[in-house]
Design a protein around this ligand. Structure first.
Ligand code: SAH
Ligand code: SF4
Length: 348
C-alpha cells in the first residue's frame, strides 16, 4: 500500500483523515504544527500518544529533502543547494539574504518540459512534478541548515509552477497557513513562462502573491525562437490573460526580461516592449542572461543594459536591473542539476 504524503495535507484534509482513525478534531492542528515546524520523525511529536504515532508511521510518510551539495558564495551570503528526493531525483534551491530578510528560490518540478532555449532546467525535459510537501521541504532544509527563518519565497527555481498547478496552489495555501510556516502570500512570487490556462485558473484564487511573467521578448517571432510556449499562447493571448488577472486581483505584475546580446536587446525591442505593456500596472525586471554551458548566447555589456533600461523608463515604464547575487556560484537554477541527470518529457 502506498503511504500517504501527510505534509501535503491541509488542516481540513488532516482532520477528515484523523477522524477515520477515530481521533478528535484538535489532533489535526497539533500534527499540522509539528509537520510544518520541520519535524521529520513522528516520534518527535511529543504531545501525540505513542499508539497514534505508530499508526501514522504505518500509514504515512513525512516528506523531506537531503542536502547533497552546498555552494556558499564568497561574495555575499547566497547559498545554492542541490537536494536529493526520496526517489533519488535531484532539485535545486537558492537561499539569498536581502536587507529585509531571507528569500528562498524553490523548484516546483524535477526538470521542466517547456524547453526554453536559454534555460538549463529544461535541457533534459520533465522528470516529474514536485509535491507541495517537497516544495515546503526545500525551505525547511535551508532554515535548518542555517538556523534562520525565511521571510520570502520565489517560485523561480527549476520547473514551471503552472504546469504543476494543483501542487503549486496547495503549496501556497500550506506555506501561508498561520499554524504552519506562516509566510505571507504578499511575500511570495510565482514565475511563469506564460501558461495562459494556468494564469486564468490562478486568478480565480485571488491570492495576493506577485505574479511574474517571463516575457523576454516583445515580438512573437523572437519570443517563439526563445520559448516554445509562445507557439501555444502568443504574446497577445498572454497579455490579455495578464490584464484579466490584474482586473481580478488588482495586483501589479512583474515582467521578467532576460537580455541576450543580439537577440532581444535592440532599441526596437525596448520601444515595442513599452508599447505592449501600456495600460498594465507593472514592473519590468531586466536580467542579464546567465550563460549556460550547453548554449553560446551572451549577455549584453553593462552599458547596453543600462541603455535598454533607460529607454523603458523614458517610455514611462518602471524598470530595474536585477541585482546579481551569488554570481560566483552560478546561483540560477538548473545548471547544477543538469550536470547530474538525463532524460524526461518535453513540450511539443
Ligand atoms: N518556469 C518559470 C519559473 C522558473 S525559471 C519561468 O520560466 O518563469 C525562473 C526565471 O529564470 C525565468 O524568468 C526564466 O526565464 C529565467 N531564466 C532561465 N534561464 C535563464 C538564463 N540562462 N539567464 C537568465 N534568466 C534565465
Ligand atoms: Fe522551464 Fe522556466 Fe526554464 Fe523555461 S525558463 S525551461 S519554463 S524553468
Amino acid at each position: 500500500m502506498e503511504k500517504i504524503d501527510i505534509k501535503s495535507m491541509e488542516i481540513d484534509e488532516l482532520t477528515s483523515f484523523l477522524e477515520t482513525l477515530g481521533e478528535p478534531k484538535f489532533r489535526a492542528k497539533q500534527i499540522f504544527k509539528w509537520l510544518h515546524s520541520g519535524v521529520t520523525d513522528f516520534d518527535k511529536m511529543s504531545d501525540i500518544k505513542i499508539s497514534l504515532r505508530e499508526k501514522l508511521k504505518e500509514l504515512c510518510y513525512i516528506a523531506d529533502v537531503e542536502i547533497i551539495e552546498r555552494y556558499k558564495s564568497r561574495l555575499d551570503e547566497t547559498v545554492k543547494y542541490l537536494y536529493k528526493l526520496y526517489d533519488g531525483e535531484l532539485i535545486e534551491s537558492v537561499l539569498m539574504k536581502y536587507e529585509h530578510g531571507y528569500t528562498v528560490c524553490i523548484s516546483t518540478q524535477v526538470g521542466c518540459r517547456m524547453g526554453c532555449s536559454f534555460c538549463a532546467s529544461g535541457i533534459n525535459g520533465l522528470k516529474r512534478n514536485l509535491t507541495a510537501s517537497e516544495m515546503l521541504s526545500q525551505i525547511m532544509a535551508a532554515e535548518r541548515d542555517n538556523d534562520i527563518r525565511v521571510s520570502n519565497v520565489v517560485m523561480m527555481g527549476m520547473g514551471e509552477p503552472l504546469d504543476n498547478f494543483d501542487n503549486s496552489v496547495k503549496f501556497l495555501k500550506l506555506v501561508s497557513n498561520d499554524n504552519g510556516m506562516n509566510i505571507g502570500l504578499r511575500h511570495i512570487s510565482l514565475s511563469t513562462s506564460g501558461v495562459v490556462s494556468g494564469i486564468k485558473r490562478l486568478a480565480e484564487y485571488n491570492f495576493p502573491i506577485t505574479l511574474s511573467i517571463s516575457l523576454h521578448a516583445p515580438f512573437n517571432d523572437i519570443r517563439s525562437g526563445m520559448m516554445k510556449v509562445n507557439k501555444k499562447w502568443n504574446i497577445e493571448e498572454l497579455l490579455s490573460a495578464c490584464r484579466e488577472y490584474q482586473s481580478v486581483t488588482t495586483r501589479r505584475i512583474s515582467f521578467e526580461y532576460a537580455l541576450i546580446e543580439g537577440v532581444n536587446d535592440s532599441a526596437e525591442c525596448a520601444r515595442e516592449l513599452a508599447r505592449i505593456l501600456k495600460g498594465i500596472m507593472c514592473h519590468v525586471n531586466l536580467i542579464p542572461a546567465n550563460p549556460v554551458k550547453e548554449n553560446t548566447f551572451k549577455k549584453p555589456d553593462k552599458t547596453k543594459i543600462i541603455k535598454f533600461q533607460k529607454m523603458l523608463i523614458d517610455c514611462g515604464l518602471n524598470a530595474t536591473v536585477r541585482r546579481t547575487l551569488g554570481s560566483d556560484i552560478d546561483a540560477s537554477c538548473g545548471q547544477l542539476r543538469s550536470k547530474f541527470s538525463k532524460g524526461g518529457d518535453t513540450l511539443c
